[in-house]
Design a protein around this ligand. Structure first.
Ligand code: HEC
Length: 138
């Protein structure tokens, strides 16, 4: 009986720790999950995906940049990335706006921020690539 109690306790405690850990994880967005939502036509109860207008996030590379203050889409101009995302969700995707503090929103923001980082990386990689080509030309 004692062993059973210990096992039950261990399960409860580890369950509790796990939920704490995942609650901690909720503080941050997951770019991979955001990408999945971005490509899913039904993600927000709508009928088209974000990527149908922004293929692979193209054109949104600057949307996640820190110094950005205004976001514009066909519906209007917004003071936060979250509002701009919701405006595209309701007007373009014909879906339901999501809570700006929700996990889904954080995942979307993380994905859009990752687009800018990808662009910066590619820009950095361009220089050595060009240098390589020049060298081989001689
Ligand atoms: C029907 C086409 C369409 C769909 C679908 C769409 N968008 Fe847009 N979105 C636009 C257009 C057009 C603009 C304005 C021009 C631009 O920045 O590309 C825009 C602008 C934006 C901007 C602001 C860009 C900036 O930095 O000022 C964000 C962020 C954005 N969209 C995110 C999304 C997200 C997230 C989704 C999916 C929930 C989505 N869009 C779905 C057409 C669309």
């Amino acid at each position: 009986m004692k062993i059973l109690k210990a096992v039950v306790m261990a399960v409860i405690v580890s369950g509790f720790l796990f939920s704490l850990a995942s609650a901690g994880g909720k503080m941050k967005g997951d770019a991979e999950k955001g990408r999945a939502l971005f490509n899913d036509p039904k993600a927000f109860g709508g009928s088209v995906s974000c990527s149908s207008c922004h293929p692979d996030g193209k054109g949104l590379e600057k949307s996640g940049m820190k110094d950005k203050k205004e976001w514009t889409n066909p519906v209007g101009t917004f003071k936060s990335l979250e509002e701009a995302i919701n405006a595209c969700i309701t007007a373009a995707n014909k879906g339901q706006a999501i809570d700006v503090k929700s996990q889904e929103m954080m995942d979307m923001v993380a994905y859009i921020k990752s687009l800018g980082m990808k662009m910066e990386k590619e820009m950095k990689q361009e220089i050595p690539m060009e240098m390589k080509e020049k060298k081989s030309g001689y």
